[in-house]
Design a protein around this ligand. Structure first.
Ligand SMILES: Cc1cc2nc3c(=O)[nH]c(=O)nc-3n(C[C@H](O)[C@H](O)[C@H](O)COP(=O)(O)OP(=O)(O)OC[C@H]3O[C@@H](n4cnc5c(N)ncnc54)[C@H](O)[C@@H]3O)c2cc1C
Ligand code: SF4
Length: 516
């Protein structure tokens, strides 16, 4: 008996989404979504390139249909109750609803549990029900608890007695240093000397075809993109994915922990893996990447602190936000505990196309997003999202923006990261306090401020840093809430000691959401 055909969504492209290597496959290239939303040009390229590369690899094994919508594509593929397909549960609420309808009409014979994460959803629900919530007595699901259980489950970085390798679960005290001084790139720094650039793919005919099609869509079909086109940066095939992972672990993982939070204007990649887009296309499994990193530690090639720092992001944070997407339900995305309703301004939405932004950090980070569709975690959290939080922009508009302009942006990963982690719009489900900070943090963790027309120490006047002044304006706006939280109370005390607090608030009201 032949295995039924498996419909692979565009983020399910790795071998672990098939039950057998020769299983028949259905690939739908549904481009209608590009007409409905304005995506980064590089993101559209990446997704189409990945789909088409897999189609080319599979040859006759894959039935490939190009259509405007999934429904039209399935009809064209002849999927029906008489010729049903199977699917691995997709990654958005909307797609899951659609697939359930297809089960009802018989055209999907089986929906298998989601793949591509360290643990299954049922395991997470079990953990959430009986583990962390009762242990903490606050109903809060702590990432640290979750991460340790995932490590135990997969026996990652454990010693022979099941204890954490090296005696600690967490090496943050060794990690997360400011950038080295007086260097342009990490490769110039002691301890990371000669760090090579990330592995870059070589484009081929498939990429050329994608580029032509995207040009045509923009020219003839009224499709609009944001951001610049440019050479493909991320792996789109399984072979490329394995090469990129191997290159990262072998050549670039060592300084990862130390500098994972640092920013250098001359080095956008630092020692980050740049594997999120590939992982989110389903081409790598996070546990295989974590095991590969662990092997490098066991071989004595990479320090434990860096390997632990990477594994924590990969099977800790990544899985945690995935499971919270389902656990917290579809209404979670609409939360707006701080009642932030201002529109995301045009200069930000369009990635500072006219160079209107003068703030050196924000200017460079927006340039990175415009040119690459990618910047690392700290520019996302402490520059982009921090600015949005300080200015009171709508968390829902911001979520949509992050989803569309980042090459690794998907609904499941955005909601918890943006609504919860970065905008505190959930009122504290994910993080115990809002992540808002002034220019002092950016000055400590980057080399931006030296070349900026603003001064991170100034909160008032022509050269007042918009982040520093914005920090106080945010503190003033939410002082009641912040005073009630022991972790943020001090900021309110600091505000009340400022001799010029009213003037700073008035200045920032005047600045509003104009390009700083
Ligand atoms: C506001 C905001 C928005 C974000 N949006 C996305 C997104 O759309 N897609 C996305 O994959 N990540 C997102 N992240 C998480 C993180 O910034 C990126 O995963 C990371 O920067 C990708 O680069 P990298 O592969 O070099 O990661 P590395 O620094 O090398 O980290 C290793 C891996 O850990 C995983 N990871 C780390 N942190 C997170 C996290 N918070 N959530 C999910 N995965 C994580 C990623 O798979 C990443 O590849 C967001 C974070 C913030 C604060
Ligand atoms: S001074 Fe302020 S605006 Fe300028 S780079 Fe530093 S933090 Fe950014």
């Amino acid at each position: 008996m032949t295995t039924p055909r498996r419909w692979l969504f565009a983020d399910q492209l790795g071998p672990h989404f098939l039950d057998a290597p020769d299983q028949p496959v259905l690939l739908l290239e549904a481009t209608g979504v590009f007409r409905r939303r304005v995506f980064h040009r590089r993101k559209a390229h990446l997704i189409l390139s990945a789909l088409r590369h897999l189609a080319a690899e599979l040859g006759d094994q894959a039935l490939v249909v190009r259509s405007a919508t999934y429904r039209a594509g399935l009809a064209e593929a002849g999927v029906s109750a008489a010729a049903p397909i199977t699917v691995v549960d997709p990654t958005t609420h909307a797609a899951r609803r659609f697939v359930r309808q297809l089960v009802d009409d018989g055209s999907v014979a089986q929906v298998l549990p989601a793949r591509g994460f360290a643990i299954e959803e049922a395991q997470f629900e079990h953990w959430a029900a009986q583990g962390s919530a009762s242990r903490l007595g606050r109903g809060r699901l702590l990432m640290e608890d979750f991460y340790r259980d995932v490590r135990r489950h997969h026996r990652l970085l454990l010693d022979a007695d099941g204890r954490p390798e090296g005696g600690a679960w967490n090496y943050d005290a060794e990690n997360r240093e400011p950038p080295p001084k007086r260097v342009r790139t990490l490769a110039d720094a002691d301890g990371a000397k000669g760090l090579p650039e990330p592995w870059w793919p070589v484009e081929d005919d498939v990429d050329a075809g994608v580029r032509d099609d995207l040009d045509r869509m923009a020219r003839d079909d009224g499709v609009r993109f944001v951001g610049d086109d440019g050479p493909r940066r991320f792996a789109v095939t399984r072979a490329e994915a394995l090469t990129a992972l191997d290159h990262f672990v072998t050549h670039r993982l060592e300084p990862f922990g130390t500098y994972e939070d640092a920013m250098l204007a001359g080095d956008p990649w630092m020692s980050h893996s740049m594997l999120s887009a590939t992982m989110n296309l389903g081409l790598l499994h996070p546990v295989e990447a974590a095991q590969r990193a662990e092997r490098a530690y066991r071989d004595g090639a990479v320090r434990l602190a860096s390997v632990e720092g990477y594994v924590r992001q990969l099977v800790g944070w990544r899985d945690y936000v995935w499971h919270l997407y389902w656990h917290l339900g579809e209404d979670y995305r609409a939360r707006n505990a701080l009642q932030h309703t201002d529109d995301v301004p045009e200069w930000f939405a369009h990635l500072d196309p006219d160079g209107a932004v003068e703030a050196a950090c924000l200017k460079d980070v927006l340039r990175g997003v415009r040119e690459e569709g990618w910047v690392h975690h700290i520019p996302r959290l402490m520059v982009l999202a921090n600015y949005a939080l300080q200015r009171g922009w709508s968390p829902q508009q911001l979520t949509d923006w992050f989803h569309r302009v980042f090459v690794d942006g998907y609904d499941w990963v955005m909601v918890a990261n943006v609504v919860g982690m970065s905008q505190h719009a959930d009122g504290g489900v994910l993080a115990t306090k809002p992540y808002w900070s002034g220019g002092a943090y950016i000055d400590r963790m980057s080399d931006y401020c030296g070349g900026c027309r603003y001064d991170p120490k100034k909160r008032l006047g022509e050269d007042a840093c918009p982040f520093t002044a914005g920090y106080w304006a945010f503190t003033a706006r939410h002082q009641e809430l912040l005073a009630a939280n022991p972790r943020t109370r001090r900021a309110v005390g600091g505000l009340h000691r400022l001799p010029d607090a009213d003037a700073v608030v008035a200045q920032e009201r005047e600045r509003g959401s104009a390009a700083p």
